[in-house]
Design a binder for this molecule. Structure first.
Ligand SMILES: C[S@@+](CC[C@H](N)C(=O)[O-])C[C@H]1O[C@@H](n2cnc3c(N)ncnc32)[C@H](O)[C@@H]1O
Length: 278
């Protein structure tokens, strides 16, 4: 049963930008694939503005339901996952603490860090600050899809040039500090998952949150970290119903390991399952 603690509730609303209607405004970025004269003009204007330190925003109307379900990309916010997925993180941490399921908390794909910041707050709230919180990311945005190696990513959008999706390690560290939630038990793994995760010094995992969107990113997370999961630990997949490439990676992985634990819905996009191996 989810505990509605005022501090954690306020954190959720702050980290998601729910308390700032202007967070619905969207950064306008040049779009490479488009060829029409109108698109070319748009791109020229945006590039010229960008070179002069000007950012243009589309003034979208704030939709509380979208933010609750993590279905828009907030401009000023620390996380894009929405309130329900933060509820899920809180409840997963509560359960692993109460059920004494050993292991660290790992988020792969942290962007500005908001969901990981919330996980850290929940660890402290439940008296489990001795568990390490791992935040893994390139800290330079999304990789370019590589369909030659991962054919499942053939139709995936190329977001590797998105300024919006970039958040540096220094910026994420500063975000943890702003909420007074940076200490020696927050550890960062900087680099592409395929390179950092195989040798990451993580022993056991109680909660694994995969938020890398692409097939390549999701399969790299599962192949490299799944065997370190504690029995009854939580595997949370942020993009299962929003990125077909992610769903395919998860379905293939579960099939290859005969994982039959049911996928539980979190909201309209994310799912989790509880590990039953060992
Ligand atoms: C959708 S965002 C994550 C959102 C975040 N969990 C939040 O709280 O808002 C995806 C993140 O995954 C990272 N990413 C995706 N694929 C990656 C990969 N293969 N290696 C490292 N980082 C990756 C991107 O840099 C980006 O920060």
């Amino acid at each position: 049963m989810l505990q509605r603690d005022p501090y954690l509730e306020l954190l959720k609303k702050t980290l998601t930008g729910y308390v700032f209607p202007e967070s619905a405004w969207a950064l306008m970025e040049p779009r490479d694939g488009e060829r029409s004269p109108k698109a070319a003009l748009r791109n020229r204007v945006l590039r010229l503005a960008g070179r002069n330190g000007i950012r243009l925003m589309k003034a979208n109307r704030f939709d509380p339901e979208k933010r609750e379900y993590g279905e828009d990309w907030p401009s000023i916010a620390y996380t894009m996952v929405g309130l329900k997925r933060l509820d899920n993180v809180q409840d997963a941490i509560r359960q692993v603490v109460e059920e004494k399921i050993p292991g660290d908390i790992v988020e792969c794909g942290v962007w500005r860090g908001g969901c990981a910041i919330f996980a850290k707050a929940a660890l402290r709230y439940y008296g489990a600050n001795d568990r390490i919180l791992w935040a893994a990311d390139s800290f330079q945005g999304m990789p370019k899809p590589n369909p030659d190696k991962y054919s499942a990513d053939t139709s995936a959008p190329d977001l590797s040039n998105s300024e919006y999706l970039e958040a540096s390690l220094e910026a994420v560290r500063a975000n943890f500090q702003r909420f007074d939630l940076l200490d020696e038990n927050v550890r960062f793994l900087k680099g592409w998952f395929g390179q950092t995760l195989p040798t990451a010094p993580i022993d056991r995992i109680a909660v694994l949150r995969a938020d890398g969107d692409l097939y390549e990113s999701t399969i790299d997370i599962l192949i490299n970290l799944y065997d370190r999961m504690s029995p009854r630990g939580f595997v949370i997949i942020d993009d299962y119903h929003s990125w077909p490439e992610c769903k395919r990676a998860v379905d293939e992985f579960r099939g290859s390991r005969d994982i039959t634990a049911p996928l539980e819905p979190i909201d309209r996009m994310a799912v989790f399952w509880r590990v039953s191996h060992r």
